[in-house]
Ligand binder design. Sequence first.
Ligand code: SF4
Ligand code: MG
Length: 326
Amino acid sequence: TEPLLKVDGLKKYFPIRSGVLSKKVGYVKAVDDISFFVNEGETLGIVGESGCGKSTTGRMLMRLLEPTEGNVMFEGKDLTKISDSAMRKVRRDIQMVFQDPYASLNPRHTVEKILMEPLIVHQIGDPKTRRQKVHDFLEIVGLSSYHAKRYPHQFSGGQRQRIGIARALMTNPKLIIADEPVSALDVSIQAQVLNLMQDLQKELKLTYIFIAHDLGVVRHISDRVGVMYLGRMVELAPSENLYAEPLHPYTKALLSAVPVPDPQFQREQIILEGDIPSPSNPPTGCTFHTRCPFKMDVCTTIKPKLEEVKNSHFVACHLYNEAVQH
Ligand code: SF4
Ligand code: MG
């Protein structure tokens, strides 16, 4: 069967302008040619440090940002080619959950009004059924109907994210793009929200793209995980394989920083030298070569492609491509 979402060659280049005539002097390659798919009912985790292009990717899938190049196939339609009005209809089926629920919830509106809005925008139901649906979804996310008349500031961070999740669910979407949904929450609350999202996924048959900056957070919720660095996907694998046997040196370094419950199994920490280079002036060849402990000569000149080196385990690194090394 076809995947629910298939992304092919997606790019986002932001022009850099300079001078009084605002001449284009270059590009920030925020997302530079990434491809992946998401099957119905699964969770794809996308992980990377800030500025790696993961949020930009999420926003392009919803066309909140227009891609510079590439295709986004959703249920047989190329979302990069359809009209704005057709895209508005698709937004019923694809919803987002944001990192900071406080910033994304209107502080002057009651929870009821906030949750009702997507139903009004998409002309779903009448006032009575809408109100009923709001109350039902408050319960579904672990709040109660008596919360309906309250305002966002009257809730805790975790509760506010439950409201953000409820709002995303109001239109019965198929795909949820969650952009760091638990990053702003206390660790103890993170687990509750993650569990809620997993329960909702089963009950409502949802498909998730779960964006995070920490491999630890997406581990249990993701079926597969993609790791991004400087606008590119450097590794993509089923979760079990990625955590048991990371292949890309960057993934290895990220994983070595994730604490494990039993210290006996803690990996030796790999400290990366230097900072992430600017995406407006990325290194030649493998963009990770300035920080990679395994760098070879070829790495500075030839850009490694994301290739399948084991069953469904993809990596973009010359260490796994003998043809390029010699
Ligand atoms: Fe390191 Fe070379 Fe692999 Fe890039 S291609 S991750 S520089 S070994
Ligand atoms: Mg972000």
